[in-house]
Design a binder for this molecule. Structure first.
Ligand code: BG6
Length: 495
């Protein structure tokens, strides 16, 4: 399927996301000849700049990026697709100027009236820009064209704000035209969870409470909060990583097979998983969730400051940079099986992986000879070194029956030597093609907030209760405990 000729309008074009993710992804798509034949990128932001200046900036950023293989001829022709309009997004009248620019570019480049609006702005603008687009009738095509709007995360800060944003957007665009982006769904290894589960008959019989002991989803980062103190203070790890990225990973692991492999059937199953999550009681909020915050330390040989000393962070901030959670999914497949999520910043290593821990044999002849409680784990490494490993026990040659846990490993680079496409490449292309499978639907998004809200509320009531500290560069709070055992250590809070 080829994407129809269209225009992409990026709001927040002078920002970090445009420079670091969107333009490089569009360039890669261009190099791989996946962009529509007639295509224009119109950057919109407040800073005064000419087209040439904007192009030069993008070219400098692209040239400085080590991930991109540049061919100067291709770069030159790609830059010709880029235009810029300086305007004040807060001012309704300025949208007339935007509309004129869009219409004149469509005419000049003979591009039909198909437009994607990308909100790469601070979240406060998500409720401002769409009504202004409506005011100048840019939200609908009067010429039989299409409209889509891509909204970056965070989509709301709680259930109430997410609902309000959904309702506001739905007054201006149809649900089918709204693309809520979660870049984790654009990762090859994440999509592959669906293929692994639904193209192989051997996993399905085992993929349930009868054979699985527990599931672990962990995402550790060495990065701190970079220059995003202001945003992070209002988010914390629970909103920044769990409500979206890690819950999406969990949904792919936990969902039922869809009725067919079309976007709505898949999104139905994702929403069902979120609706089946057991709601947290006050007791769970304190005993099944552990939060932490990093202090001064050393990460990858570099001395780094603690969270409270980061720019734009309060010196007495209680924002969590680490969360460990234990929760249950109340449905037939997963009844009684705990799921664990771990995430944190400024940890020892960058690694995102999902481990399915299978139950041990009914009679344990070789007890204690494998690393975990059983010899069998399926490990899906999302990043880095994207891979899938199956662990099992084998006999060490020689006398007796000494067991060793061995691993059958598949590495993605054995399938495709080139680097895996960046998540934004896949997601932008899908939006151009009108495929929303890998974008969040409003009901699923609201269900995920419904699950997270009680925890945030409890933390607001008790800002310092059970807030643990960990040294930057360590494994997190309760040193060296990086698995479920973290919940069995330390003092329990009585509620
Ligand atoms: C972003 C978060 O959505 O995801 C960041 O805001 C986080 O805080 C990032 O670092 C992680 O993404 P990735 O692709 O590097 O795992």
């Amino acid at each position: 399927k080829e994407a129809e000729n269209q225009m992409l309008v990026i709001f927040g074009a002078s920002g970090d996301l445009t420079r670091r993710k969107l333009i490089p992804a569009l360039f890669e798509l261009y190099v791989r000849r996946l962009l529509p034949e007639k295509f224009i990128i119109l950057g919109a932001a407040r800073s005064l700049m000419s087209n040439e200046e904007f192009r030069r900036k993008q070219s400098d950023y692209l040239s400085a990026s080590s991930n991109i293989s540049l061919n100067s001829k291709e770069l030159g022709s790609f830059l010709e697709l880029i235009y810029y309009v300086a305007f004040d997004t807060d001012n309704c009248k300025e949208y007339v100027k935007l509309k004129e620019m869009i219409v004149s570019l469509q005419k000049e480049k003979d591009i039909p009236d198909n437009i994607i609006f990308y909100l790469a702005t601070p979240p406060a603008m998500y409720e401002v820009i769409p009504p202004f687009l409506k005011a100048v009738k840019l939200n609908v095509s009067l010429h039989g064209g299409t409209r889509k709007i891509i909204v970056e995360k965070p989509f709301g800060t709680d259930l109430k704000s997410a609902k309000r944003l959904n309702r506001k957007l739905e007054l201006i665009f149809n649900e089918k035209e709204i693309y809520r982006i979660d870049h984790y769904l654009g990762k090859e290894t994440v999509q592959n969870i669906l293929v692994l589960r639904f193209s192989n008959g051997i996993f399905e019989p085992l993929w349930n409470r009868n054979y699985i002991d527990y599931v672990e989803i962990s995402s550790s980062e060495t990065l701190g909060i970079e220059n995003r103190g202001k945003y992070y203070e209002t988010a914390g790890a629970l909103r920044d990583m769990i409500q979206n990225h890690l819950m999406q990973l969990m949904a792919f692991i936990a969902m039922e097979p869809p009725a067919s492999f079309d976007p709505e059937s898949i999104r139905d199953e994702i929403a069902k998983v979120f609706r089946s999550l057991r709601a947290f009681s006050t007791h769970d909020c304190h005993n099944s969730v552990i939060r932490g915050q990093y202090t001064d330390g050393e990460v990858e040989g570099e001395t780094v400051v603690g969270y409270r000393k980061e720019k734009e962070v309060a010196a007495d901030s209680n924002t969590e940079t680490y969360v460990a959670m234990r929760y249950m999914i109340d449905n037939w497949r997963w009844s009684g099986i705990p799921f664990f999520i771990f995430t944190g910043k400024r940890l020892k290593e960058k690694r995102t992986e999902i481990t399915i821990h299978f139950k041990s044999t009914p009679q344990q002849f070789f007890k204690g000879q494998c690393a975990g409680s059983s010899c069998n784990q399926l490990i899906i490494r999302v990043q880095p070194d994207e891979s899938i490993s199956m662990k099992f026990g084998l006999k060490i040659p020689g006398a007796g029956f000494e067991v060793k846990q061995v691993s059958m490993d598949f590495y993605y680079d054995s399938l495709k030597k080139d680097k895996l496409p960046d998540a934004y490449e896949r997601l932008l292309l899908d939006a151009m093609l009108g495929d929303s499978t890998l974008y969040s639907r409003s009901d699923a998004l609201e269900a995920s907030w419904r699950f997270i809200d009680p925890i945030e509320k409890e933390w607001m009531k008790h800002p310092t209760r059970n807030l643990l500290y960990y040294k930057a560069g360590s494994n997190g709070p309760r040193q060296n405990l990086i698995g479920p055992e973290i919940f069995d250590s330390g003092n329990k809070t009585k509620c």
